[in-house]
Design a protein around this ligand. Structure first.
Ligand code: HEM
Length: 519
């Protein structure tokens, strides 16, 4: 396709094109001919008739009302006919694969001149590779699927798995052996919990909450018990199926009868007379990725107590969509089991040890949700900083109002405290065995998640106030704010509600009080 040659035009020349049939404007040293477009303009034609706009520099007016991405859409980019003589454009969006330069737009370890004790060269290499992959491959799919509600595109899932994303999301371990991770940015041997932290923070960049769950979050929580507790035979079949062959696995614990109270589940598994099979009956609710899962990691009530069982999709397993306030791209399902026959070899962990299997998985799940949430908070903070800097009200930028700056200050404090607490917990995870983590970190992770999701809700409320009507509008300037505000509650519920987690954290601390502790 031939590229249009842009004319070099003087400001005086632009000023002559100021009538409805011959209408030019300047935005950031670029000249746009809007003579025909004005009648199609979503904001109406009248805005172009104003004396300060027709034939004039409309940069400030434009950026008070539109995101920069509008001018990059092909149908609007083609309205540009020239550039202003002797001037250069100064407004650019973040280039593919690069980091944001907005203050607090990235965690401090990525900031120029900032330091951190946690990250080595392999972490930096991984972050760079991932940023490029996310910008190029995941970002467009995330916005498209969040919009149309379809499952994440299979070619994107395949590309992501070839890149090692799901394997890396499972954390360090023997499942990484022999894999090439992120084009070799990190070896399986050096991969640690900070690498995993980076993977989560990067894949959350699109900020599309339904897609974020649809993008194999169900696999992460569903496959963990298999990796940690299933027999080698089950692992040999299921792990490559999920990590390499594009199959999906979902964790199926919560029910209409029991959410945070896992011991209250009522799905039953009874042994056949020959003891070779389980017969599973019951239902599971709010199962992330359940709509397209090939395997389900199911919490059941059995004769010897609770037991976790791997159920393959088959006759008797039905999945129905549950409509939630985020997009169906998460694949949230009601799953029913009617006399489903499963070999006893599919038992995950020991019979009767189900509560331990289910609870030990929660630490990793809660940590993952919190790391993802921390990035989403940061996206909102960056949008707010840009908005208060470019938007004028009462003749001055919003940032000139002390009350607005105070809201931003509180957001920064929430984002940075969440992130820094998580880094500390991640450091502990790097030095503890899985068992030690279960014993020592359940409380801190529960409390950090509770704190983070309270911060997210406060950030969402403040961001809407800063953006006004645009913060409750699904398109245009505030779309990220509206999305965050609408979906922020998910993180407060998934993996345990705030009240339950706060209580868990404090109970653990009380249990660990030294006997001699007195005021
Ligand atoms: C090349 C120039 C322009 C293009 C391509 C353009 C495009 C758009 C688009 C796509 C929207 C829909 C909302 C969005 O996606 O952000 C919109 C809305 C709007 N535009 Fe423009 N526009 C241009 C210039 C201007 C100028 C110069 C003004 C005013 C001085 C203006 C005023 C508005 C208003 C008032 C809205 C409605 C905003 C809202 O609902 O919050 N536009 N424009």
């Amino acid at each position: 396709m031939a590229t249009k040659t842009l004319k070099i035009i003087s400001r005086e020349e632009v000023a002559k094109h100021n009538t409805p049939d011959d209408l030019w404007i300047i935005v950031d040293a670029k000249v746009y001919d809007v003579s025909r477009f004005k009648d199609l303009h979503p904001g109406g034609a009248s805005v172009f008739r104003v004396e300060e706009i027709a034939g004039q520099d409309a940069t400030e007016a434009f950026y008070g009302l539109h995101r920069h991405e509008v001018l990059k859409r092909p149908q609007y980019a083609r309205l540009q006919i020239g550039k202003i003589e002797g001037e250069e454009s100064i407004i650019f969006s973040r280039e593919v694969g690069t980091n944001s330069e907005v203050p607090y737009g990235e965690p401090s370890w990525l900031g120029k001149g900032f330091h951190s004790p946690y990250y080595k060269e392999s972490h930096r290499r991984l972050q760079r590779e991932l940023r490029k992959f996310v910008d190029e491959v995941i970002m467009p799919d995330a916005f498209a699927r969040e919009g149309d509600g379809k499952r994440p595109s299979q070619d994107v899932i395949k590309a992501a798995n070839d890149f090692g994303i799901l394997a890396m999301r499972m954390g360090p371990g023997k499942h990484l052996k022999g894999l090439t991770l992120a084009n070799g940015a990190v070896t399986p041997e050096e991969f640690d919990c900070f690498h995993e932290f980076i993977v989560l923070q990067e894949i959350a960049l699109p900020g599309q909450r339904g897609y974020s769950d649809g993008f194999q979050s169900g696999c992460v929580i569903g496959l963990s018990p298999v990796l940690n507790f299933a027999s080698p035979t089950v692992q040999a079949k299921v792990v490559p199926d999920v990590l390499q062959n594009g199959k999906f696995i979902a964790l199926a614990i919560s029910e209409a009868f029991a959410g945070s109270d896992v011991a209250g589940i009522q799905t039953t598994a009874k042994k056949t007379e020959d003891g070779k099979h389980w017969i599973v009956n019951g239902h599971k609710k709010w199962i992330t990725n359940g709509m397209w899962a090939d395997y389900f990691t199911v919490g059941c009530k059995t004769e010897k107590g609770h037991t976790v069982i791997l159920v393959e999709r088959q006759d008797g397993v039905e999945t129905k969509p549950i409509k939630t306030s985020y997009s169906p791209t998460a694949g949230t399902a009601l799953v029913t089991f009617e006399d489903v026959k499963v070999p006893v070899e599919n038992t995950i962990g020991k019979e009767g040890d189900g509560i331990y299997v289910m609870l030990s998985n929660f630490n990793h799940e809660r940590w993952m949700i919190t790391v993802l949430a921390a990035r989403c908070q940061r996206i909102i903070l960056e949008d707010c900083l840009k908005w208060v800097n470019q938007r004028k009200a009462f003749g001055k930028p919003l940032s000139s109002q002390a009350v607005v700056r105070s809201k931003i200050a509180r957001m920064v404090a929430r984002v940075e405290s969440t992130h820094n607490w998580l880094e500390n917990i991640t450091m502990q995870m790097c030095h503890m065995s899985y068992k030690e983590q279960a014993a020592k970190l359940a409380g801190p992770i529960a409390l950090a998640k509770m704190y983070a999701t309270q911060c997210s809700q406060d950030i969402a409320e403040d961001a809407v106030q800063v953006f006004g009507g645009r913060g409750i509008t699904q398109t245009g300037m505030g779309h990220a704010i509206e999305h965050f505000h609408r979906t922020v509650t998910f993180d407060t519920i998934l993996g345990g509600t705030e009240d339950v987690l706060g209580d868990l954290g404090v109970r653990q601390a009380i249990r660990q009080m030294p006997k001699n502790a007195r005021l």
